[in-house]
Write a protein of this length. Structure first.
Length: 76
């Protein structure tokens, strides 16, 4: 083990650890039109905003014709 200082040490029952590790850590990806609907804008406006703002992440992957991105709440 590295000689780094301990920041957090935790003891957890194995069954609780397995249950906790089974939960997803990220929300389910959504398509661009779904993200636009969540934000209350049109899909075209979402693409305009994404093109003008470098902070908007690139799609995680493409499925069919629609790229999949994380929902806006996950980016906050």
């Amino acid at each position: 083990m590295p000689q780094w200082p301990a920041v957090r040490i935790e003891a957890v029952r194995a069954d609780l650890l397995e249950e906790d590790n089974a939960r997803p850590t990220l929300p389910e990806p959504v398509s661009s039109p779904e993200a636009a609907e969540i934000l209350g804008v049109s899909a075209q406006r979402l693409h305009e905003l994404a093109a003008a703002n470098a902070a908007v992440p690139e799609p995680m992957y493409e499925r069919g014709r629609r790229p999949r991105v994380l929902p806006p709440a996950a980016l906050a």
